[in-house]
Design a binder for this molecule. Sequence first.
Ligand SMILES: C[S@@+](CC[C@H](N)C(=O)[O-])C[C@H]1O[C@@H](n2cnc3c(N)ncnc32)[C@H](O)[C@@H]1O
Ligand code: SF4
Length: 773
Amino acid sequence: MASMTSSASETFEIPMLPFGETRTPEDYLGGAWHRLWRSRTSGRLLSAPEGTGTPRIEYWCGAEPARLRLRVDGVPSAPSVLALNLRGVWTGVAAPVRIRVRVGDSEESFEVDRREAQTKLVQVPPSAFRGDLLVVELQADEAWEDVDEAEAALPFALACEVSAVAIHADTNACLAWVQSEYDAVRRYRDELFDCGVSKLGDRGQILDKLLLTLGHLEALGAEGQFAIPTLQRVLDDPHVQGRGSGEIRFDESYLLSHGRELREGLVMQAIRKWRAGMEAFHTSIVKLGNRAFLARGEHRLGAPREEDALRELVDGISIPAPKLQGLKERNDLLNTLELLLQRDELQSVVPSLEIEMSSFCNYACVMCGRSWYSFQFARQSDQQLLQVLRVMPYLRHITIAGVGENTTSDRLEVFARMTQVFDVETRIFTNGSKIHEQLDALSRFDKVCVSFDGGTAATFETQRRGAKFDRVLRNIRLLRERAPDIEIAFSTVVSRINLLEVPLIVQHAADLGVDHVALSPVWEVDELRLRASDQKVFEKLLTEAKRIAKAGRVTLQVNVIPEDFSVIDDKPLDVQATRDFANGLDFPSLTVPSWSELERSLSGMEFCYHPPTWVFPDGRWPDPPPGGRRAEPVAELPMAFDFDIDAALEQLDSKIASARQALADAEPSGVQIPYCLSIWKYTYMHANGKNRLCPQVFTDVGNVARHGMQGVTNGEKNRAVRRTMYGGDLLDHCKRCLDPYRRWGHDRVAEQVRKMGLKPLDRSRYSVTHGGR
Ligand SMILES: C[S@@+](CC[C@H](N)C(=O)[O-])C[C@H]1O[C@@H](n2cnc3c(N)ncnc32)[C@H](O)[C@@H]1O
Ligand code: SF4
């Protein structure tokens, strides 16, 4: 419970945001809402509501107004516009609160909703500034007849809360701000439905999720049928079928037609509601799909199929390994020539694949991103794997990883066979829980990386929620017995939970016959991150770990670098406190709602492709663009593999010859190594068949099930991003990218270039921004 000390009015010194800028409450005012409240019991301490997440509760007492003192950077000489994010406190009393806002001589009175924040706009004359200070007074009009009534109503009798405050230089700056909020939501919508501005033949992630969920529900036959009409309605919506449309211009004329709605915060509220509706719809689809996935038992391996056409097909393929290796080498070379030639559309196959066999996971590790979000569960289908099969002869390397547990996929064994037939170098990441059920599959890979985050059961099971330490130990022993020649590695995420057990982890590796231990730093979760004061401890433990590794013939790879020991928020290591923190976490990935909960949430959901009609300048939605279409159907490939290796080799030779010729004819300045090689050399395929732009960015670049691997490689988004890699128009996230994957395969490229006697301009070395060294 927060304590309160003052009995009269409070003033809050709030640093001003720059003109024209606003931020959400989450990143402003220290993540808090300022609570302004009053009772008629002047001077008496009333209890504060618990669990509001507001660290600084202040109170507003008696008839005095609450005052916000805003310090500004530069006083405007013309009237400016103050934007205040206000909400009434808590529900319980249905009526909105009326708040008076006074700034200098200017006074406005607003109704403030008790549930949702609304951004109210107040005109501020230059005379209202006292030096660099602007004093804003807020006073609630709410009146309670008697003290008992006020006290009885608490915590509902509170007045209002204020969060993000911004001051806009003038009306135009204010309109620009509304415009940018609207544009941001529109971009969000377009990414979700239309894959941004690029035509990809791909319809954004939501439609794929929707179709997957519909497919699951239809196959179920009984449960979850309530959702089908809603999902179908969205799919049939002509606005959804058309591509992003309906821009709104928030200009002077909008001010004339919608001045009151703007000032009262109704426009902003509608924009935010619109976004929240789409988000809620997205989450509902994912949760419905996940419930259906579980109902269908797709998270379990199940009995082996009696008839397995894909396995039969794969087992019937036989291509001599030397020819396959020749094909891979030629494909690599063509790929390199193409990137030197600045080709955005590739004739070569991207030679490295990361594939996620299942996005379901039976753990919820405390540091893992998937534990925090509602991921859609999916497994690689036979149709998707058939698409991969078509490019498999050309692939050099496959990592089976992603954001789920691959050993829960019933296609892992078939996939392992595929990689063997085509002589692809492989490694797989697993949490180790189901090795005993997948021994055959796992023993077919070159390298099995078991995520191993503790030397004792208590530590291991804290960081890897859902794990059984003894089961994992037993499983590694089983795998070592079954596959004595494959490489087994520990992949250890070093955190403040397991730091002290690093030597013990290496000892386990030595005892179990594990070949390699890779130590990497934890990212994302602040409380688990290593701090500067841990560095000495780590170094000492590392010396011990190295000794154990040497004695046990384990190779040790240390990916923890000095920069990983953060100086921010340094505090002494307290393993128990960190564990308590971890044990207290709750994760959405573990909570798939029941059918009845899903039905309830779906019935209360508001989904709209556009904001309400009244928000549009002419009070109506734009007409949906003609020729709208649904997501393209999944291509049904025949269960066949027609591949003539000799013809493929010949074709590659001829393509290489023309690429070499093109290089010889090219202007010397035209031969360049691009800023990022990963978009030529590496591709990532989600379990639902969608490919992602790169290891760093979640942007979808196409659906393999619809367009095949080559179709996606050469989809419009991939091509557009490739084109940015030679000039000054890099995407923002590319400019900031520190991922080593950015120079994926660089040494190989450099070697090929050297052999060819070329001296290309190497843009991969550009650091902070593109175009400057
Ligand atoms: C996302 S998992 C997927 C494969 C499999 N389920 C597993 O646990 O090995 C891939 C690897 O990322 C690691 N990882 C997860 N969250 C991490 C984090 N916040 N920081 C560093 N590595 C993390 C996991 O420990 C695991 O080794
Ligand atoms: S087992 Fe792997 S995918 Fe699952 S939660 Fe842990 S790290 Fe993430």
